[in-house]
Write a protein that binds this ligand. Structure first.
Ligand code: SAH
Length: 243
């Protein structure tokens, strides 16, 4: 069987029991850059490792080649684990990999993972929804920018008081915050950038739309951006960085 498997956001224990089981059984593990490489130590002796790294959207191996690698491995081995950070179906191209396998008659199973989009804010003490503050949240790619003609992002729709989580957005932080101010959000609207969330290197910068790009410019990746009034709850809910 081939498993499209979520590795979770970083902390080892945020891996699911099911993911851990297939990792232990795997004949080959095809993996991206992981927030926690310790996971690979759970594999059995003789397990083959194939790194097809993907860093902030920059591929070391093109997606077509990754698809083909998973396919070829599936022909060759009994237990194939395609391991991806967070959840494979949240900006993880897991859907494309599944379709590629299906079209070639390969059976797969999908093992969801804990996505960074929710768990990393949680480890920074920021709930993505909170009664009376935010009734919804959105997870958006920050990789695509507003000046791209082909942008699929409807910036005007961000006018509501909704929590917005940008993944892959650190390099576009300045553009993103400018754009949100341009559509009418106050300059002092709360924003946080959380770097290397759920790991021992987790770091959170809380700022405003006006100042965040200056304040967070030196943070290492992976990092996500969270925008919304919920960011203020960190004052009372921060636990991981203060315990
Ligand atoms: N499938 C993944 C997301 C892939 S996109 C998931 O569900 O989590 C990669 C982006 O996720 C990074 O650019 C960053 O914005 C975010 N990310 C992943 N792990 C993170 C971590 N430990 N801390 C902060 N951001 C993280």
């Amino acid at each position: 069987m081939t498993y499209l498997t979520g590795a979770g956001p970083g902390e080892l224990e945020l891996l699911t029991i099911k993911a851990l089981r297939v990792i232990k059984e795997a004949d080959v593990i095809i993996y991206d850059r992981l927030a926690n490489p310790q996971i690979l130590k759970e594999a059995k002796n003789g397990c083959e490792f194939i790194y097809v790294g993907k860093e902030d959207g920059h591929h070391i191996m093109p997606q077509d080649d990754i698809n083909e690698t998973i396919y070829q491995s599936s022909l060759k081995y009994n237990t194939v684990v395609r391991l991806k950070g967070g959840d494979p179906f949240v900006f993880g191209r897991g859907g494309e990999e599944g379709i590629y396998l299906r079209e070639r008659g390969i059976k797969f199973e999908m093992i969801p993972g804990i996505t960074s989009a929710i768990s990393v804010p949680a480890y920074a003490g920021i709930p993505v929804t909170h009664r009376g503050i935010a009734v919804s949240f959105r997870v958006i790619t920050g990789h695509e920018t507003s000046d791209k003609k082909s942008s699929q992002i409807d910036w005007e729709s961000f006018k509501n008081d909704e929590t917005i989580v940008f993944l892959m957005g650190l390099h576009n932080l300045r553009k993103i915050s400018k754009k949100l101010i341009a559509i009418g959000k106050p300059e002092d609207y709360p924003v946080a950038v959380i770097s290397r969330g759920t790991t021992s290197e987790q770091k959170t910068i809380v700022s405003t739309l006006k100042n965040i790009s200056k304040d967070a410019k030196d943070l290492p990746t992976p990092a996500l951006i969270i925008v919304g009034e919920v960011v203020k709850l960190r004052e009372n809910l921060n636990w991981f960085e203060s315990n």
